[in-house]
Write a protein that binds this ligand. Structure first.
Ligand code: SAM
Length: 218
C-alpha cells in the first residue's frame, strides 16, 4: 500500500478539526482520534482531494464513507473511555472503525458486502490495529457469540432498533443508531437502563439503508 502522510494531508486534517470544533464537537479524545487517522487512505483515489472535506463520499457498491461531523457526533455519543467492547454494524470503508479502535478496548465490526470488508481489513491491518475483529454477514443479527457489548453503533439507516442488537447490548450500555425512513432519519443515542430504552434525539441525518433480516428487505 502506498501510504504517504504528507504535510499537506496533516494540514488538511488540522483544518478539518477546526471545522468540527466550530460545529460544536468538544470531546478532546474524539478530535485527537480524527486528527490521527489518515482518512485519505479510506477514500477511493479519485476523491483523495476531498478526503478532509466535511462530506460523505462514495466508496463503491452504492455505499458511502460517512461525513466526518457525523462520525464525530456518533463517536462522542458513545462516551468511550478505552475500556469498552464495541459492536459496529456497517464497516464500510473502515474509517469509523479506526476511530472506534483508537478509543475503545476492542471493536467487533460487521459488513454485508465482502469486498468492502476485505478492503477495510487490508487498510486497518496496514495501519497496525490489533483490537479489531471482522465479520462478513447480516449485522442486524448482531454477533451473538461475542455478546454482550458495552456499546453498539449502527452506521446504516434502520426503521427501528433491530431486536437482536437490543438484546446484545449490556445493561447500562449505549447504542447510537439512525432511525427513520429510507431518505431521512434521526440519530438516536439510546441508553439501556433497567432493561428500558432511554432515548435522546441527536438530530437529522441521511444514511444508506440497513439491509437484512431485521432491516430493509430490498
Ligand atoms: N462507517 C462507515 C465508514 O466510515 O466508512 C460507513 C458505513 S456506510 C454509511 C453503511 C454500511 O453499512 C455500508 O457499507 C453497507 O453495506 C453496510 N450495511 C448495510 N446493511 C448492513 C447489514 N445488515 N449488515 C452489515 N452491514 C450493512
Amino acid at each position: 500500500m502506498d501510504f504517504k502522510d504528507t504535510d499537506l494531508f496533516k494540514q488538511k486534517r488540522e483544518n478539518l478539526i477546526e471545522i468540527l470544533r466550530n460545529e460544536g464537537i468538544r470531546f478532546p479524545d474524539v478530535l485527537n482520534a480524527i486528527s490521527k487517522v489518515p482518512r485519505h487512505l479510506f477514500v477511493p483515489q479519485e476523491y483523495i482531494d476531498l478526503a478532509y472535506a466535511n462530506e460523505a463520499l462514495p466508496i463503491g457498491f452504492g455505499q458511502t464513507i460517512s461525513q466526518p461531523y457525523v462520525v464525530a457526533i456518533m463517536t462522542e455519543a458513545l462516551e468511550l473511555t478505552r475500556k469498552e467492547k464495541v459492536l459496529e454494524i456497517g464497516t464500510g470503508s473502515g474509517y469509523q472503525t479506526a476511530i472506534l479502535a483508537e478509543l475503545s478496548r476492542e471493536v467487533y465490526t460487521i459488513e454485508r458486502i465482502r469486498e468492502l470488508s476485505e478492503r477495510a481489513q487490508k487498510i486497518l491491518k496496514f495501519l497496525g490495529y490489533t483490537n479489531i475483529y471482522f465479520k462478513v454477514g447480516d449485522g442486524t443479527l448482531g454477533w451473538e457469540e461475542k455478546a454482550p457489548f458495552d456499546r453498539i453503533i449502527v452506521t446504516a439507516a434502520s426503521y427501528d432498533v433491530p431486536l437482536p442488537l437490543w438484546e446484545q447490548l449490556e445493561e447500562g450500555g449505549i447504542m447510537v443508531i439512525p432511525i427513520g425512513g429510507r431518505d431521512f432519519q434521526n440519530l438516536y443515542k439510546i441508553i439501556k437502563k433497567n432493561g428500558k430504552m432511554l432515548k435522546e434525539n441527536l438530530g437529522g441525518v441521511r444514511f444508506v439503508q440497513l439491509k437484512g433480516e431485521f432491516g430493509w428487505k430490498d
